[in-house]
Design a protein around this ligand. Structure first.
Ligand SMILES: NC(=O)c1ccc[n+]([C@@H]2O[C@H](COP(=O)([O-])OP(=O)(O)OC[C@H]3O[C@@H](n4cnc5c(N)ncnc54)[C@H](O)[C@@H]3O)[C@@H](O)[C@H]2O)c1
Length: 316
């Protein structure tokens, strides 16, 4: 860890605050929040109803009420768990987030979607519940392992592919050169948050326009269901590559643009293919929560910055 890192907290005036914190911070120099703390060991297995129940038990021990503020400090696992727990505890308590992974800063903590996994299905139980605040300090990510940083880059690149060709190119340049320069990373995080927030503002309940944020995710969730070799951001990068291939097959995207996007993802240090058999992936896609009858929505691209919601008939 760098010595000159200054960590900070948002100023919280709530009279009763309790925090759920990623257990990475138990042993780091990050100061313990000045309130009761419940530590979570972040993993997809821990993103479960069982963990929600444990947090609820702990909240009861803390005599948390509907006016207690639940603070979530950690990556996307913690932010998803905290959002869901806060939305159902005593029919809803306020919560605030301090995302500490790049992926959580640019994606998981933004937009009020929260959920847990169940029986191998990703995010199959969840709700929409907006945080009171999201406090983003890019310095918090300096301790992230390189592989995790690149997972955040995958979600950031996904957002730029939807809406901002210039920032897309800047992000690819930034992450292709090893460790990102802090000033550039800061600008990219702000821009990604801005784009995601504006898409969410148009369609909070995810009934239309917001679907575009799922670029690469129908494939990614199927990949994560079939294999535990890949982190979420890596599965998203492979999913984006598959979405590019599908876009070419449908005659929407120029093959050269698809090839360039895959090359860019590769240069950022992300995987662009996996060896899961196509039939196995298709079976997992058929179980996707966004499937409606025999119709499945895919987010495809016509170009960088031009997503298309493509609905197609799929059958078992
Ligand atoms: N709700 C949404 O809109 C949304 C959007 C995207 C992703 N997600 C979810 O987010 C999850 C992935 O989030 P993630 O990639 O942040 O994973 P994560 O929460 O598992 O964190 C990754 C790892 O980094 C560690 N960590 C956290 N902060 C750190 C830091 N500052 N320094 C060093 N290590 C740190 C954690 O302990 C963990 O081992 C997935 O479950 C995904 O479904 C949700």
């Amino acid at each position: 860890m760098k010595d000159n890192v200054i960590y900070s907290y948002p100023v919280i005036n709530n009279s009763h605050t309790v925090a759920v914190v990623d257990d990475f911070f138990k042993s780091s120099r990050f100061p313990k929040p000045p309130c009761p703390v419940y530590y979570v060991h972040a993993s997809e297995q821990a993103k479960s109803l069982r963990t929600v129940e444990s947090i609820v038990r702990w909240l009861l021990e803390q005599e948390a009420g509907r006016d207690t503020l639940l603070l979530g400090i950690g990556g996307g696992i913690v932010t998803d768990l905290v959002g869901l727990t806060a939305s159902i505890y005593k029919r809803g308590m306020p919560y605030g987030l301090v995302p500490t992974t790049l992926l959580a800063q640019v994606d998981a903590s933004i937009g009020g979607k929260c959920g847990v996994n169940f029986d191998g299905f990703k995010n199959i139980l969840g709700c929409f519940a907006g945080a009171e605040f999201v406090y983003i300090d890019p310095k918090l990510t300096v301790t992230l392992p390189d592989r995790q940083l690149r997972c955040g880059a995958a979600e950031m690149i996904k957002t730029f592919l939807l809406a901002d060709a210039e920032s897309y190119a800047a992000a690819v340049r930034c992450f292709s050169r090893g460790t990102p320069e802090p000033g550039i990373l800061d600008t990219l995080v702000r821009r990604a948050v801005q784009i995601k927030s504006s898409i969410v503002a148009e369609d909070y309940q995810d009934r239309g326009r917001r679907h575009i944020l799922n670029l690469g995710h129908t494939f990614a969730h199927a990949i994560e269901k079939c294999s535990d070799l890949y982190l979420h951001g890596e599965a998203v990068a492979i999913g984006i590559s598959m979405a590019c291939d599908e876009s070419v097959k449908e005659g929407l995207l120029q093959p050269a643009t698809a090839a360039a996007i895959k090359k860019d993802l590769y240069s950022v240090g992300l995987p662009t293919e996996c060896d899961i058999p196509a039939a196995q992936l298709m079976k997992a896609i058929l179980q996707d929560k966004k499937r409606s009858g025999d119709r499945q929505k895919f987010i495809l691209l016509e170009d960088i910055g031009k997503p298309v919601i493509w609905e197609r008939s799929v059958s078992a």
